[in-house]
Design a protein around this ligand. Structure first.
Ligand SMILES: [Zn+2]
Length: 59
């Protein structure tokens, strides 16, 4: 995924900034503890597709 794409993306729920997890190909919202999948380089910014992050995964 292109780095500059990350700069224009925001969490659809809280409108906050996202972190790109290159290992898991996910966009992380720490505030909502959701991980949005990146499919073939395209971020899927849907809450229904997001994975909830457990407390033990937070870093
Ligand atoms: Zn959020």
């Amino acid at each position: 995924m292109e780095k500059n794409l990350l700069e224009i993306l925001a969490c659809p729920i809280c409108k906050g900034e996202l972190l790109y997890d290159t290992n898991h190909q996910e966009l992380i919202c720490k505030f909502d503890r959701l991980a949005y999948p990146v499919m073939d380089g395209i971020p899927v910014m849907l809450e229904t597709r997001a994975r909830r992050i457990g407390e033990d995964e937070e870093n």
